[in-house]
Design a binder for this molecule. Structure first.
Ligand code: FES
Length: 128
């Protein structure tokens, strides 16, 4: 049912944890199952230099989050924003159809973390 890559990321997830001084944090919930995903990013010169995630989610959510953190490290914010749930699922060798909704958590939480970073930057400019 799951690809070997999904199983591998589920069993050995990358970048689990938090970043206490994160530049952006994105929280996303899945209304279908009630699972939650939080992504933390550090940004320097328009690039994502570090990323971590915490999840209260299923195996597919863990695997997609692990994969998304691997995919965005070192990428520009624009490149990271271009990553969709479909891109992540494809990178994992596909997900069962009834688990595709789980991959939304990772991509959406990442996009929210970038939005959070950008709004904080605007605040800084506004008050600076
Ligand atoms: Fe909730 Fe997969 S079942 S994220």
């Amino acid at each position: 049912m799951y690809s070997s890559l999904v199983m591998e990321h589920f069993s050995n997830p990358r970048n689990v944890g938090t970043i206490p001084d994160a530049d952006g944090i994105g929280l996303e919930g899945n209304p279908v199952c009630g699972d939650l995903m939080k992504i933390f990013i550090k940004v320097s010169d328009g690039h994502i230099t570090d990323v971590k995630f915490q999840t209260f989610g299923c195996g597919a959510a863990i695997a997609t989050s692990s994969m998304v953190t691997e995919m965005v490290k070192g990428k520009t914010l624009e490149e990271a924003l271009a990553i969709t749930n479909r891109t992540v699922a494809n990178a994992l060798g596909g997900l069962p159809l009834n688990k595709m909704h789980c991959s939304n958590l990772a991509a959406d939480a990442l996009h929210k973390a970038i939005e959070d970073y950008r709004s904080k930057q605007k605040e800084k400019v506004g008050t600076g």
